[in-house]
Design a protein around this ligand. Structure first.
Ligand code: 4AD
Ligand code: MG
Length: 459
């Protein structure tokens, strides 16, 4: 036992020998009653497994109040289960109700549709599916730290409120204390605002990551990022979590090696340390998921240039809603064709036209493409975007000019190239997209507890 008198069900199920007078707290999932005996399946959130709680007629007085979802406290003895299906059960000596749960409780059935559950985001974590996802998020988060910490990377915290649009895509949320309603027709004067300048919620932690990498060598962020993209798709959120390693003395190829090792590590971690969750996904969400992850761990990612990828798409004979031409950004349909149909494995696409990648990506010798890389995986498409960064002062200045960026705002970013500038690279992994890939969940709204999408920030 730990700090509390009661024991978590996850720990109860690990016990080797019978035990007397245990205290169990949890929520009732099912109830079966016959004349001389009643069985409750109780779950306390610590694991997918329920604990069987057995009541003799002496304890039947409360039975009417024991409805689905009710929170109970049971004191009793842990004994070998008579029936099949579970090793242990609790023979109750004392039962009490912690919180009643009237019949209008919306989660009654064993399986509700994901769409229905999105409407009750405050209750869906109590279903098996979402409890599994939320426990899985926690475990994979831990694995992310473990991967980078074991490689000597330092975990840094980039600001969430910032004066720059790091990706230059204009998809920012403004942070203000000014009441724009009161200003009426007047243009907002941000010098009057809290920070004295126009500030945003960060779309990336990368630029600040480069500041810290220029001091500590290898660093990573893992935090929320915000994008006001009006993309209502299966793979876009307005608030998502991103892992952004940034490495000094690292070129594009080395960057790609870290990416591949990182993704394989997370697949291996899920298989070896999240068996309960992976078995659930394989059974209920996406049959064959375990095998897919196993094959990833043992295979090599492919590499293709953007230019070759465009040629492949043009020759494919496939019908795309957006026919591809050189210079265009790859759409999800193109990404999926390449990784799912053509190469049938995770693909690193490199050397994109400079016009479709942010200003910080390093210009290649051809003067047309940049040392950027996206990792595409089947079903999800792009899960990583990264690049070698432009470390040459004049080149960066030129790229900033081309992208009409404000030099005064980003002077500190240019300064990094003025004093002790080095070859450096990094990438960003979308955490929710990685969770989709690991679990086989089809909609990004179902791998985060409180999804923020256009028109939806209710919970
Ligand atoms: O490709 P992106 O925009 O790259 C960056 O932000 C760089 N600063 C990363 C870096 O080099 N440090 O975003 C990185 C990843 C994408 O590949 C995708 O997985 C995820 O972040 N992502 C989103 N995930 C959910 N919803 C959105 N709206 C997303 N936008 C990007
Ligand atoms: Mg990208």
């Amino acid at each position: 036992m730990h700090y509390f008198e009661r024991m978590k069900i996850k720990d109860v199920l690990q016990i080797e020998n019978p035990m007397q007078d245990m205290i169990i707290l949890g929520w009732v999932r099912t109830k079966r009653v016959s004349k001389n005996i009643a069985f409750l399946e109780v779950n306390d959130g610590s694991t997918l497994q329920n604990l069987q709680v057995v009541l003799s007629p002496d304890e039947f007085s409360l039975l009417d109040e024991v409805t689905i979802g009710v929170a109970i406290k049971a004191i009793g003895d842990l004994v070998k289960s008579q029936g099949g299906g579970q090793k242990w059960e609790i023979q109750v000596k004392e039962l009490s109700i912690e919180g009643s749960c009237p019949g209008d409780y919306p989660i009654q059935k064993k399986r509700h549709s994901l769409e229905y559950l999105r409407e009750i985001a405050h209750l869906r974590p109590r279903t098996n599916n979402f409890a599994v996802i939320n426990r899985f998020r926690s475990k994979v988060s831990f694995a992310i730290h473990q991967f980078f910490q074991s490689k000597g990377f330092y975990y840094i915290h980039s600001p969430l409120i910032t004066g720059n649009d790091g990706e230059g895509a204009g998809e920012t949320f403004t942070v203000t204390t000014l009441d724009s309603q009161l200003l009426g027709e007047k243009k907002i004067d941000y010098t009057e605002d809290f920070f004295g300048t126009h500030t945003f919620l960060a779309v990336t932690g990368q630029l600040e990551g480069e500041v810290l990498a220029s001091a500590l060598g290898d660093v990573y962020t893992f935090g929320p990022t915000f994008r006001a993209e009006k993309s209502n798709t299966y793979r876009h959120l307005a608030e998502f979590w991103m892992i952004e390693p940034e490495m000094a003395f690292c070129n594009l190829r080395e960057n790609m090696r870290v990416m591949e090792e990182f993704i394989k590590y997370l697949c291996g971690y899920a298989l070896n340390h999240c068996q309960e969750e992976m078995e659930f996904f394989d059974k209920w969400i996406d049959s064959g998921r375990i095998q897919i992850l196993e094959s990833i761990v043992n295979s090599s990612f492919g590499v293709v240039t953007y230019t070759d990828a465009v040629t492949i798409l043009q020759k494919s004979g496939a019908e795309f809603a957006y026919p591809i031409v050189w210079g265009m950004d790859l759409k999800s349909e193109h990404e999926r064709y390449l990784t799912e149909s053509y190469f049938q494995k995770p693909m690193l696409v490199i050397n994109y036209p400079k016009e479709i990648k942010p200003f910080y990506a390093r210009l290649n010798e051809d003067g047309k493409t940049v040392a950027a890389v996206d990792l595409l995986v089947p079903q999800v498409g792009e899960i990583i975007g990264g690049s070698q960064r432009e470390e040459r002062y004049e080149m960066l200045e030129e790229r900033m000019q081309e992208s009409s960026l404000d030099f005064e705002e980003l002077y500190w970013y240019l300064d990094l190239r003025r004093w002790g500038s080095v070859t450096h690279s990094g990438f960003g992994l979308g955490f929710e997209r990685m969770l989709m890939y690991l679990s086989g969940m089809k909609n990004i709204r179902d791998v985060i507890a409180f999804p923020r999408t256009p028109g939806n920030a209710k919970f």
